[in-house]
Design a protein around this ligand. Sequence first.
Ligand SMILES: [Zn+2]
Length: 378
Amino acid sequence: MFSIGHHRILSVLSRSGPQSRTDLARILDLSKASVTALVRELIERRILDERERVFGFGRPSVMLGLRQDAASFIGISLQADPACAVLTDPHGRVHAQLTFPLVNDVEASLAAMSCAVKRIIDMATPDIGAIAGIGIVIAGIVSSDSQTCLASATLGWKDVEIGSRLKAMTNLPVFVENDANALIVGEQLFGNSGDLQDFSLVFVSEGIGGAHIINGRLHRGRHGGAGEMSHSPIAIDGVALPCRCGNTGCLETLAALPAILGAARRAGLPDDIAGIVQMATDGHPEALTILHRAGTALGVALSQVIQFVDPARIVVRLDPNLVESVFARALRQAVEAHVLRRDSYHTELLLSSLLPLDFATGAASLAAQHFLFGNANL
Ligand SMILES: [Zn+2]
C-alpha cells in the first residue's frame, strides 16, 4: 500500500509530531525533492494534511501532520475477563469501546471477537477513518509472525491460529501480541516515549510483564518471550514462596497483586489494594511491611533490567493506588541500592497508572504500527 519512503515519513510524524518538509528531509537523510514527492502522494491519499506555518529564518515552513481520519484501528484485549474492544484513531484516541465476556473455547472466542468487531464498527462516527486493521492482546506467548498464540495459561490455549482465523472472518489484517509487548508498542506509538530508541515497560497486575524497545524496535526474543518477568527468581530476606509455575521464589509471589492481597488476607487486613494502601498511609505496620516487601522485590527485578538492558527509561504501570504509595518508594529505594552508581547517566523510572482500557489500546497500536510503519527498517 505504501512504499518504504512513505512509511519512514509516517513513522517520524507519528512519533515526533508535525514536521516541515525541510525537517523531514534532514531527519530521514532524503533530498527535499524526494520528500516533496512522497508528501504530495500522502496528502492526495488523505493521510497527511498541511498545518500552520512556522516563521523562522528564510521562508516560512508549512508543518505536516498525520490526519485524525487517515485510518482507524480496532484493539481487542483478551488479557482479562471481561474482554474489551476499542476503536482508535492514528493518535491513539479512543472513539468507541465495549466489553464482552472472556471465553476459553476457541470457536466461541472467535465468534465473540467477530461480533465485537461488527458492533464497534457500527458505533464509529462518520469523522473516523477507514478501519485498517485489528490487534489482539493475550496473556501468553505469541509466534513471531503475530498470528498464533503458542501458549496462554489464562485462556488454556496452545498453538491456536487466532490471527489468520479472525482475518478470514473480518477481511481485515489481524496482529496478535502478548500483553506487555502490546503495552510498550502503545507507549511508543500513542504515549510519551516515542522519541526514545531504548526503553522498557513493566506492568503489575495478576502477573508481572515486561517488554523492551531496543534501537527503536520491539525486542521479542527468539521465541517471543523476551521481557517475561513474573517467574524471575527474586528472594527477599531469604524468603522463597511456592509459585503456581511449580518453582519457588518467583517475582510474582512477592510483587503481583494476588501476592499482595494474599499477604494482606493472612494478616487480617482488607482484601483490596486501596484499603491496604490507606492502612499503610495511616502507619499500620503490617500493611507497611507487605507493600514495602512487594515494592522492594519489584525494585530488585528492575535493577537487573537496568544492568542487563540499560534503557533510557522504564515505564512502570501499576494499580492507581500504588503509584504514590510506600510500594513505589520502596521500589525506587531498591533500584537506587542495587544499580551501580553512574554519574553521567541514569535510567528514568516513570510510574503511572495501569488503566482498564490500556491493553485494548495497546492492541489497536499493533494495527496502527503496521499501517504506519509496514515492514520498513526504520
Ligand atoms: Zn513462577
